[in-house]
Design a protein around this ligand. Structure first.
Ligand code: GDP
Length: 599
């Protein structure tokens, strides 16, 4: 296949608009999917993805398609992209390998926040975008309104929209001819040049080791050749290469414009740095512009429920990180929870997915502390520190100023929820920056938010106040100075490190009150009085007490004589005093779990 008969494209969509259904349909139309697994939505491989109905890891597939127009066979590379707000990083890296994209829009819901975010990512990557209106079989589908919207928002000509139902198959046959006709083939300039490949995805296979997905930009690569990863200078041998059809199918060589896999015998997927350039040993080339590595924006402590399980948890993390290199972990110790890890995730959904994978794929049930964002702390000494664990937040005497990460949030909402959503945004310390009216009684708002507000329960609240109709997308927007305080939780004067939190001063009081109340419900009653306090600096923001349990030691003495009863009671009092002076209360892990669930 010469480049003029290759097309590399992605499908981009807001979640639930039908990307997976459409991909599956295209694969079965081209006979790429064997009959027996057809319908199981092959592209969503990971178990969690299936359950949550989201694609986390981009899966790529090659189809061979005979074009009716010229009777020729084409090699079509479908590069799948995840569709969720946390995963822009994965989306942009997949787009780098394409020349075009199908923008799938639900015929009922119309343009949503991630439709826009994905469209702009595709535009930035210089792709030819084909609008596809899906679910036209639904009785409530409003194709004309959505066409108008696509015109107003992105400038598409209504005649350019492909109308389909991925479910029933209506219109599906029009898609691939449009791909061939409208999406440009990869450049053929490099055919005669020496090999240059873009590494755009990788994963770990239990049997074959690290598998790299590459796009051949120039030249060709054959099995047995020695290649160099430009980033590290490391030399590898190409043990195998081929196309994804739909699993690895060996071809022994990959040519200019093709997308396929290479198994280079790397030990860990960390060596496969996405965005890196491969070239033939002794034939160096100018590396392709790399792109930004994944940035962890949400951190949490992750602990085994049983502290004996620390090593098994560590093993599981290491295995999981072979398939997901966007997680970071470091060792962490907590007085209450024992030994565990401080983990960095791309976002909240990513954190959820990772914890769920730990449980489902590795049988690790863990306790996670509330998520926090990385703060930049400027110390009075002039030193700067990034703090992603509240327990390590500098004390006021050495801290000069703190900066918190900001995001630019885009919300698409129906007009009738405007008031409630603006209020929610303001309560989340949002500052409105833009307001656009869209077709179909909808509005697109742009707000600047502290990321910390978004990672708590903003997304759930947004769905709640809009009955599920509003959608959110956000992008990194640097750091801004912020007036935050560390709220510490004390049980009888002892700090529970894993419950410390960094909170904006305006919210500290409410935060403290609610946490202390919830704690009161989960801390077990003791033989002595328990004081629960939340403090910021030297101030106590909130307190509750749990009165001592009075075990009736006399109950056993039926009748008994009065002096014996008295003696026992006195003894009990003494015991109470002694325990009180020891003063320490343990928050059991079970209590901690209950507390996390009650939030
Ligand atoms: P994704 O999140 O974009 O990958 O969306 P999915 O492909 O998982 O589809 C989301 C839901 O929409 C699923 O329940 C699909 O069965 C349904 N769906 C997808 N395409 C169509 C369609 O053309 N018509 C109808 N009625 N439902 C569809």
């Amino acid at each position: 296949f010469t480049p003029d008969r290759i097309r590399n494209f992605s499908i981009i969509a807001h979640i639930d608009h039908g990307k997976t259904t459409l991909s599956t349909k295209l694969l079965s139309l081209t006979g790429t999917l064997p009959e027996k697994i057809y319908g199981k939505q092959y592209l969503d491989k990971l178990q969690v993805e299936k359950e949550r109905g989201i694609t986390v890891k981009a899966q790529t597939c090659t189809m061979i398609y005979r074009n009716k127009e010229d009777g020729k066979d084409y090699l079509l590379n479908l590069i799948d992209t995840p569709g969720h707000v946390d995963f822009n990083y994965e989306v942009s890296r997949s787009l780098m390998a394409c020349q075009g994209a199908l923008l799938v829009v639900d015929a009922v819901q119309g343009v949503q926040a991630q439709t826009m975010a994905n469209f702009y990512l595709a535009l930035d990557a210089g792709l030819e975008v084909i609008p596809v209106i899906n679910k036209i079989d639904l009785p409530t589908a409003d194709v004309n309104r959505v066409k108008q919207e696509l015109k107003d928002v992105f400038g598409f000509h209504p005649d350019d929209c492909v109308l389909v139902s991925a479910k029933t198959g209506i219109g599906i046959k029009d898609i691939l001819p449009a791909v061939i006709e409208r999406i440009p083939p990869p450049s053929s300039e490099g055919i005669k040049k020496t090999f240059k490949g873009l590494l755009f995805d990788s994963w770990f296979d239990r049997f074959r080791g690290v598998i790299c997905l590459v796009k051949v930009v120039d030249g060709q690569i054959k099995r047995g050749e020695q290649i160099v990863a430009a980033g590290s200078g490391q030399v590898y041998e190409v043990f195998d290469c081929g196309i994804m059809h739909p699993e690895q199918k060996t071809t022994g060589a990959l040519y200019t414009g093709q997308v396929g896999y290479i198994t280079p015998g790397m030990k860990t997927s960390k060596e496969a740095r996405v965005g890196d350039t491969f070239y033939i040993k002794d034939h160096p080339v100018e590396p392709l512009p790399g792109f930004q590595p994944a940035k962890q924006m949400v951190f949490a402590g992750v602990y085994p429920v049983d502290s004996l399980d620390y090593n098994p948890l560590k093993d599981s993390f290491e295995k999981l990180m072979l398939t997901d290199s966007s997680i970071s972990i470091s060792k962490e110790n907590s007085v209450a929870l024992g030994m565990g890890f401080r983990c960095g995730f791309l976002g909240l959904l990513h954190m959820d997915v990772v914890l769920q994978r730990l449980e489902q794929e590795y049988g690790q049930i863990v306790i996670a502390t509330p998520p926090t964002v990385p703060y930049r702390c400027l110390l009075t000494s002039g030193e700067e520190k990034i703090i992603s664990n509240p327990a390590e937040y500098p004390t006021p005497d050495v801290l000069d100023r703190t900066f918190e990460p900001m995001v630019k949030g885009f919300i698409v909402l129906p007009t009738e929820h405007f008031g409630a959503i603006v209020k929610l945004c303001m309560d989340s310390r949002g500052i409105q920056q833009n307001h656009e009216t869209l077709e179909g009684g909808r509005i697109r708002l742009t707000f600047s938010f502290p990321l910390a507000e978004i990672v708590t329960d903003f997304y759930d609240n947004l769905k709640r106040v809009s009955s599920g109709y509003a959608s959110l997308d956000y992008e990194d927007n640097g750091y801004a100075e912020s007036d935050v305080v560390k709220v510490r939780i004390l049980l009888n004067g002892e700090e529970v490190d894993s419950l410390s939190a960094i909170v904006h001063r305006s919210k500290a009081q409410n935060f403290a009150r609610s946490l202390v109340k919830r704690l009161k419900n989960v801390v077990e009653r003791q033989m002595f009085q328990v004081n629960i306090q939340a403090a910021a600096g030297g101030d106590i923001l909130s307190r509750e007490t749990i009165s001592a349990m009075r075990k009736d030691v006399t109950a056993k003495c039926y009748g008994g004589d009065i002096t014996r009863r008295r003696k026992l009671l006195d003894k009990q009092k003494e015991g109470k005093k002694r325990m009180k002076s020891m003063g320490c209360v343990e928050l059991s892990q079970e209590g901690f779990l209950k507390l996390m669930k009650s939030s």
